[in-house]
Design a protein around this ligand. Structure first.
Ligand SMILES: C[S@@+](CC[C@H](N)C(=O)[O-])C[C@H]1O[C@@H](n2cnc3c(N)ncnc32)[C@H](O)[C@@H]1O
Length: 154
């Protein structure tokens, strides 16, 4: 959430992604962000205590379009259950994608996680706080839609 006192941690594995983040942080003069260059699944599993997060954003995760690569997608039941366990009660889990089939997978996977409840009736309207990223801009240029999925921890 873009509140000055909120500390936000960004998880990114690849060096170019970390470089792009550093550039954005410098240009926007942000002081409330920390970057962890490591696999998100391992960080959430091994470094975060249960019920410790106010919110989680997973914006435009790699879509892995081809059916044979779908199993590499980040938003799958085991990771969602893990993330949900790290949210505080009332905390939120927000995913966004420009790949329609992945959007439906997100909605389905989050809907069956028993500790989460949908904040909307299906897909959520785009909240003001979600920034327009390079990946979203590319999707818009290609004529893709964008879908937001926002659930709350019970
Ligand atoms: C399609 S890009 C979107 C980046 C950004 N969220 C945006 O909207 O512009 C997906 C990013 O997720 C990163 N990524 C993929 N798998 C990851 C993982 N397991 N842990 C951390 N980062 C990961 C990739 O390196 C890539 O930079």
């Amino acid at each position: 959430m873009p509140i000055a006192t909120t500390i936000t941690s960004v998880l990114e594995v690849h060096v170019p992604g970390v470089g792009a983040l550093c550039k954005q942080i410098a240009e926007r003069e942000l002081s409330n962000l920390r970057i962890c260059q490591h696999d998100a699944v391992e960080v959430v599993r091994d470094m975060l205590p249960e019920a410790s997060l106010d919110g989680v954003h997973v914006f435009f995760p790699d879509p892995w379009h081809k059916a044979r690569h779908n199993k590499r997608r980040l938003i799958q039941s085991p990771f969602v259950a893990l993330l949900a366990s790290r949210l505080k009660p009332g905390g939120y889990f927000h995913c966004a994608t420009d790949w329609e089939e992945y959007a439906h997978q997100m909605l389905e996977v989050l809907s069956v996680e028993p500790t989460l409840v949908n904040s909307a009736d299906g897909f959520a309207p785009r909240p003001e706080y979600r920034p327009l990223t390079k990946f979203e801009n590319r999707g818009i240029r290609l004529g893709h839609g964008v879908w937001d999925v926002i659930f709350r921890k019970k």
